[in-house]
Design a protein around this ligand. Structure first.
Ligand code: IMP
Length: 437
C-alpha cells in the first residue's frame, strides 16, 4: 500500500501533470503540496486538452478526492476560474471532490504587483518569474504577515488583515518600486466575493489525508516546478520560492515522512528551462530550435519560449539525491524521434577539471561545460508504442543509458501527450514493485 510522491527532476515543465493523471487511477487521493499558479499542467484525454495551474491533475478522475495542501499559495480568482472551466468541460460535477486547506496562503493583488514591479526594476538581473506573485506571497508567509484561506472566508479577519498590511505594501510599491498604490476598499470587496465563493471548498487537508492513510488508502503527492528550482537545493537565486523536493510533501500536506514510500522523479528525455539562470547543456543552435519546435516548448503558464538542451545526468543525479528518488518517468521521448545522434551530459568540465557532482556555487556552475556521451537515434515514430517491446532497440538502449548514468530505474516512458501514449514498466503503488527508500 504505497503512497507515492511525484516531483519534477529538472527545471519544471517535465510533464508531471500527465503522469499524475495516469497514476491517479491507482490512488484514492491526490494532494498538491507547494507552489501556486506558476505551474502549468497540461492534460490530454481523448481530444480534450485541459491546462491546470492550481487544482491537482487528478481532478479529471471522478470520485478521486483532490486536495490543495497548506503548502500551496492560492490565487482565489484563478482557483475559481479553473473550477468553472473544469465544470464546463464536464469534470468535477461533485464539489466534494476538491478541498483546499485553510492554512494555505492567499496570493493578494499586492503580491502580484510587487512581483512584476520588482522584476522590471531588476532589469538584466531579473529572475524571470512567472509574475504570479508567488515569491512575495511566500515572503509574507515566512514574515508572519500572510493572509490565509481561513482568513479569506472570514470577512472580519480578512478586512482587519488587509487594513493592517496594505499600508506597508503600498508604501513599498509607490515609494520604492515606483508603482501604483492599491485601494483597500476595492480589495476587501473583490476578495470578500472570492471568499464567499470558495468557502465550500475549505477544509483540513492534513486531517483528511491522515484519516485516509489510517483507512489504508493510497495517496499521490503531486509536486510542482522542479528540483533545480527548489529554494534550498536549486540554482539560487534563479529558483522559485517554495521547496520543490520530495521532503516538501510532508510539510505542505501535513503528514509524516514515514507515510511517503516511493518518490518518482519526472524528467524529459532532454532538458528545458524557462526564466533566467545557468543551464550547462543549453543549446543555442539549430538543434535547440529543433527541440523547441518538435517538443512545442512554449510555457503553458506564460507562453514564453523555453530554453532547450541535451539531457543532463549530473543535474539529474543531484535531483535523485535531494529527493531520494526511487524511480524515473521519462517524458517526451518522441521529441527525439528524428535525430541521428543524441547527446547526454555525464559530467562537467570546470577549468579542465572533471566534475561528477552538481556544484553548489553558481559561479562555478556558470563556467561548467558539458562532457557528452553520444547515443544512436532510433529515427522512427514512437508515438504508437504502448509496450516496452514496441520500442525500437535504439530507443530501449537510450533508456538503458539513462538508467545507467542516473543510477535510477526508469519505470514509465511517455511517447506523446495522450494518456494512451504511455509505457508503464512498474507501478510504484504496488507493494514490492520498487525497493522501499
Ligand atoms: P516564480 O515561481 O514565478 O517566482 O518564478 C521563479 C522561477 O521559476 C522562474 O525562472 C520561473 O520561470 C520558474 N518557474 C516557476 N514555475 C514554473 C513551472 O511550473 N515550470 C517551469 N518553470 C517555473
Amino acid at each position: 500500500m504505497a503512497n507515492v510522491v511525484i516531483v519534477g527532476s529538472q527545471w519544471g515543465d517535465e510533464g508531471k501533470g500527465k503522469v499524475v493523471d495516469i497514476y491517479t487511477e491507482y490512488a484514492d487521493q491526490v494532494v498538491r503540496f507547494q507552489g501556486g499558479n506558476n505551474a502549468g499542467h497540461t492534460l490530454v484525454v481523448g481530444d480534450k486538452k485541459t491546462v491546470l495551474h492550481l487544482i491537482p491533475s487528478g481532478i479529471l478522475h471522478p470520485g478521486k478526492q483532490c486536495l490543495i495542501g497548506n503548502g500551496v499559495v492560492l490565487d482565489p480568482q484563478v482557483f475559481l476560474q479553473e473550477i468553472d472551466n473544469l465544470k464546463q468541460k464536464g469534470y468535477m460535477q461533485d464539489d466534494a471532490q476538491l478541498v483546499i486547506d485553510g492554512n494555505a496562503h492567499v496570493i493578494m493583488p499586492y503580491h502580484k504587483a510587487i512581483d512584476v514591479a520588482r522584476e522590471t526594476r531588476s532589469g538584466a538581473r531579473k529572475i524571470g518569474t512567472t509574475g504570479r506573485g508567488i515569491g512575495p506571497t511566500y515572503e509574507d508567509k515566512v514574515g508572519r504577515r500572510g493572509i490565509r484561506v481561513a482568513d479569506l472566508v472570514n470577512p472580519e479577519a480578512f478586512a482587519r488583515k488587509v487594513r493592517e498590511f496594505l499600508p506597508e505594501k503600498n508604501f513599498f510599491l509607490e515609494q520604492f518600486l515606483g508603482g501604483t498604490a492599491l485601494d483597500e476598499a476595492a480589495i476587501i470587496a473583490e476578495y470578500g466575493g472570492y471568499g464567499r465563493a470558495l468557502a465550500k471548498y475549505v477544509g483540513n487537508s492534513s486531517l483528511l489525508i491522515n484519516q485516509s492513510i489510517a483507512a489504508g488508502n493510497k495517496i499521490l503527492f503531486e509536486g510542482a516546478q522542479g528540483s533545480l528550482l527548489d529554494i534550498d537545493h536549486g540554482t539560487y537565486p534563479y529558483v522559485t520560492s517554495s521547496s520543490t523536493v520530495a521532503g516538501s510533501a510532508c510539510i505542505g500536506a501535513g503528514t509524516g515522512p514515514r507515510f511517503l514510500h516511493q518518490v518518482i522523479g519526472i524528467s524529459k528525455a532532454y532538458v528545458t528551462r524557462v526564466g533566467e539562470g545557468p543551464f550547462p547543456t543549453e543549446l543555442h543552435d539549430a538543434m535547440g530550435q529543433h527541440l523547441r519546435e518538435a517538443g512545442n516548448e512554449f510555457g503553458s503558464t506564460t507562453g514564453r519560449p523555453r530554453r532547450c538542451g541535451w539531457f543532463d545526468a549530473v543535474a539529474l543525479r543531484y535531483a535523485v539525491r535531494t529527493s531520494g528518488m526511487t524511480g524515473l518517468a521519462i517524458t517526451k521521448m518522441d521529441v527525439l524521434n528524428d535525430l541521428a545522434t543524441i547527446k547526454l551530459c555525464t559530467a562537467y568540465d570546470y577549468r579542465g577539471q572533471r566534475l561528477e557532482e552538481f556544484p553548489n556555487d553558481l559561479d562555478i556552475l556558470r563556467e561548467c561545460t558539458p562532457i557528452y556521451e553520444e547515443a544512436e537515434g532510433w529515427q522512427s515514430d514512437l508515438s504508437g508504442a504502448t509496450r516496452y517491446r514496441d520500442l525500437p532497440p535504439k530507443a530501449a538502449a537510450y533508456l538503458d543509458k539513462l538508467e545507467e548514468v542516473t543510477g535510477c530505474p526508469v519505470i514509465l516512458v511517455s511517447v506523446g501527450p495522450r494518456r494512451d501514449q504511455t509505457i508503464q514498466l512498474k507501478n510504484p503503488f504496488q507493494d514490492g514493485a520498487l525497493p522501499s527508500p
